[in-house]
Write a protein of this length. Structure first.
Length: 465
């Protein structure tokens, strides 16, 4: 089957990204241009349009309007996902050899940038729930403890990265955390890939957007948390701690010379759609409906885990002794496709279309799955084996560029990793270049690999030392 044939295949129920749900929730204006003669709209950087970095043209005008609307200094559309703009943001913040403080659950795009530029990550651990197998949101108390454990005189820390919300929807109160960073004169980049819509819904008891919590750079994935096409993203910039010219240069460094006019238009329309009163009330209604779906499923005794993002429905499969990967395969075979399988859970993303029929389908399949289950006691998430604060043993960039050889992961204890081991989704690295591979880490990955096919029999490149 060709890719194009697959793209038109029907799926009984898709609860994965992009959040427009196979076009159902795309902005009306985008649907209108897509209905025109196919390809008619695929234009180059004509002077009337320009690019995200040009001074004039429709893109510059739209970006200016939006940054004015949200009282930021600048905003830039991106066509290489949130990944691309996160990478630019990091390079604007740190030079090679400088340190950035970041939680252990950063996205792989952060690690790739560090490896590329030899920016040194100082990882801090996050509290973990063995009941869900997930990291908990970061509290102010925890964050203060992290800061106390860093020797700022010895290490040239130049910025902080925070991820909020997490893939599953857990969100912290960010303002106090950002305040702590700012008191230390450190700029903060918030990877809000999963939380763009928080910006438009202050009345719905959702987490406060990081943009309103004074983050210096905020990156949104528009296909994950608004109704943009895949690859669309936006970066918001404010404050005085990051130099604007550095940011512009960094965006330029990663930008294609031929950004897709369709994707750029999708960036614009997906944001403007949420500024349109009529569409906004439709989406807000969907969010309320998502909360109702959660409650209805609970009433049907389906074990769910609540997070701060109502659009994520997390099924706690461990309650019936089934891991999320097995459950995912079962649902997939039955036409219900989820977004994120993990050891103890399976996360569905409701997106922005009407999902009422999900309740009946999930209930039916859950009952069927229960029949297959053999309840195993003590199904607990294994705590990640990380220290409170740590940096890779040798520089991440040097390790990445060193001579390496390939060996089975499970035989690599005591070696230094030259590789990133990272299942996707969620795209959170388990080992990064320059880290020592110790027994605890291997045991932890081994437990995960019982469930995660990606990790079974995996190999790792280690340094020739
Ligand atoms: C927390 C987080 N940040 C960033 C990204 C990258 O987003 P994109 O796929 O838009 O590049 C992801 C993707 O999974 C993510 O989960």
């Amino acid at each position: 089957m060709s890719i194009s044939s697959f793209l038109t295949k029907k799926i009984l129920k898709s609860l994965f990204f992009p959040a427009h749900n196979r076009g159902k929730a795309l902005p009306k204006k985008l649907i209108k241009i897509l209905k025109k003669d196919p390809g008619f709209w695929d234009l180059p950087e004509l002077p009337e349009i320009g690019s995200p970095l040009s001074k004039d043209g429709l893109i510059a005008k739209s970006q200016k309007e939006l940054s004015k609307r949200f009282k930021t200094k600048r905003c830039f559309f991106g066509v290489n996902g949130a990944s691309g703009l996160i990478q630019s943001g990091i390079i604007a913040m740190a030079k090679p050899g400088e340190y950035i403080l970041m939680p252990r659950n950063v996205h792989i795009s952060v690690i790739k940038t560090c490896a590329m530029q030899n920016i040194i990550p100082i990882f801090f651990n996050i509290e973990f729930s063995s009941k869900t197998g997930h990291y908990k949101p970061i509290t102010k108390k925890w964050f203060k403890k992290i800061f106390k454990n860093i020797d700022f005189k010895k290490t040239k820390v130049v910025g902080v990265i925070l991820v909020n919300p997490y893939y599953q929807g857990y969100a912290a109160e960010l303002e106090p955390l950002i305040d702590i960073c700012h008191q230390n004169n450190l700029p903060v980049l918030v990877d809000e890939a999963h939380g763009a819509y928080f910006l438009f819904c202050e009345n719905l008891n959702l987490p406060k957007s990081s943009l309103k919590s004074n983050a210096d750079i905020v990156v949104h994935s528009l296909h994950k948390s608004l109704n943009g096409l895949t690859q669309t993203s936006v970066l918001w910039y404010q404050g005085d701690l990051i130099e604007e010219s550095n940011l512009i240069r960094s965006i330029n460094l990663f930008q294609t010379t031929s950004p897709s006019s369709l994707l750029l238009s999708s960036c614009e329309e997906s944001i403007k759609d949420w500024l349109n009163k009529k569409s906004l009330s439709k989406y807000q209604y969907r969010i309320l409906k998502a909360k109702a779906i959660f409650q209805k499923l609970l009433r049907k005794n389906i074990p769910l885990i609540k997070t701060q993002d109502p659009l994520k429905i997390i099924l706690n499969t461990s309650k019936i002794g089934i891991d999320g990967f097995t459950a995912d395969r079962f649902f997939y075979k039955n036409g219900l496709i989820a977004e994120l399988p993990e050891i103890m859970t399976l996360t569905f993303c409701l997106g922005f279309s009407d999902q009422r029929d999900f309740i009946i389908l999930l209930e039916k399949l859950w009952k069927k799955l229960q029949k297959h289950s053999k309840t195993i006691n003590n199904f607990k998430g294994l705590k990640p084996p990380f220290k409170l604060v740590e940096t890779p043993k040798i520089d991440i960039g040097s390790a990445w560029r060193s001579k390496t050889y390939k060996m089975p992961l499970y035989e690599s204890i005591g070696k230094i990793s030259g590789d990133i081991i990272c299942p996707y989704p969620p795209g959170i690295p388990l080992i990064v270049p320059g880290e020592i591979i110790d027994k605890d880490r291997i045991d932890w990955i081994r437990t995960q690999s019982l469930y995660n096919e990606y990790l079974v029999n995996s190999y790792i490149r280690v340094l020739n030392t």
